[in-house]
Write a protein that binds this ligand. Structure first.
Ligand code: FES
Ligand SMILES: [Fe+2]
Length: 370
């Protein structure tokens, strides 16, 4: 059984709930053990990822009956399935026989057959047949189903939550619903280009914290994002509530061939714990970062481009985003070394620029100490 946060705190000499809240109120970061302790990683899986909404896929991936998309929410493998009745459902992507995944890649099938021994489930998750089941006394297919998880659409995006009793997604993200709608309305017309994937040697929170602040943009991204957008504190707007974070920044640099009239700049929405989508006048993207281990995480970012946009600029922008995200990966990997050194007990935030980190860390602490 995973120890409670109080037990973990005692073991690692961490502050109690009130003291961590005081630390965060004072603009300090979470204690460094939060970024490496295996027990905290386990507890995050149970208290955060098993109870939160994670971005799963674009609606086009599950547009027709029989379409299914594989994804995960933390350690939970999940498949989103478009049923014969038109209903979107999501299940834990783990067979009830001996726990192989039902599917490792997205696709379309009339039935969901586990590739290991052939147990076959309907698109509603109910077991229909199991080879040699007639030789097993008391084996009743009708008593076996894949475990359902919650699924909800947010405009064209499909989100999943392993907790079927979780608060509805639209309530959780109400704080940025109006802002996000402006992104989603525009992104609906964009066309998918490429998926970028990044494997990090850092705790998932370091990557998420990097994603929700742009204090690092003028330095770390001086030739990528920081060149493309205005990132000074007076230009770069950030706001946050308990579950969501919103960024907006005007465009700074364009190829000389481009008329800047009417361009809207950069808009970014983040939903706790680790999903995000963003848009500028040429490309948009959606993705999430998922924990893989106490000091490992993986992020995917699906890139879209505005139809009719100058292909030279689109290519420039896609490259700029890849460079930006590689710079982020390098930085967060190096931060992990600092966090592991034990020589600095916690971060010291610059709250005028980094207030979304405080919001994010409070979300983590509240979930763990609950
Ligand atoms: S693990 Fe799925 S059929 Fe055996
Ligand atoms: Fe960055």
């Amino acid at each position: 059984m995973t120890p409670t946060m109080d037990q973990i705190a005692e073991r690692y000499g961490l502050p109690d709930k009130g003291a961590v809240a005081d630390l965060l109120d004072a603009g300090r970061g979470l204690p460094v053990a939060f970024y490496s302790a295996p027990e905290i990683y386990r507890l995050e899986q149970e208290r955060i990822f098993a109870k939160s909404w994670s971005y799963a896929c674009h609606e086009s991936a599950v547009a027709k009956p029989g379409d299914y998309a594989v994804t995960r929410a933390g350690d939970t493998p999940i498949m989103v399935v478009h049923g014969r009745d038109g209903q979107l459902r999501a299940f834990v992507n783990v067979c009830k026989h001996r726990l192989h995944s039902i599917a490792e890649e997205s696709g379309n099938k009339p039935l969901l057959q586990c590739p290991y021994h052939g147990w076959t489930y309907g698109l509603d998750g109910k077991l229909k047949t199991a080879p040699r089941s007639d030789r097993e006394p008391n084996f009743d297919c009708s008593t076996i189903s894949l475990d359902p998880v919650a699924v909800e659409r947010w405009d064209q995006w499909v989100f999943v939550n392993p907790d079927v009793d979780a608060a509805p997604l639209h309530e959780v993200v109400a704080g940025i619903a109006d802002n996000a709608k402006t992104i989603n309305d525009d992104l609906r017309g964009y066309e998918f280009q490429v998926r970028y994937e990044y494997d990090m040697n850092c705790n998932w929170k370091l990557w998420a914290e990097n994603a929700v602040e742009c204090y690092h943009c003028p330095t770390l991204h001086s030739t990528s994002f920081g060149k493309t957008y205005k990132t000074s504190p007076d230009d770069y707007h950030v706001e946050s509530d308990a579950n969501t974070i919103w960024h907006k920044a005007p465009i700074e640099w364009l190829p000389s061939s481009v008329d800047p009239t009417g361009l809207q700049g950069f808009r970014f929405a983040f939903t706790f714990p680790s999903s995000f989508f963003a848009l500028d006048d040429y490309v948009g993207f959606v993705g999430s970062v998922q924990p893989v281990g106490p000091e490992k995480c993986w992020a995917f970012v699906d890139m879209y481009a505005r139809p009719g946009a100058d292909p030279v600029v689109v290519k420039e922008w896609l490259d700029m985003w890849d460079r930006t995200l590689i710079e982020d990966k390098r930085a967060t990997d190096v931060q992990q070394i600092g966090y592991n050194s034990g020589r600095v007990p916690s971060a010291r935030l610059m709250l005028d620029s980094e207030s979304p980190l405080q919001t994010f860390m409070r979300g983590v602490a509240d979930a763990l100490y609950a």
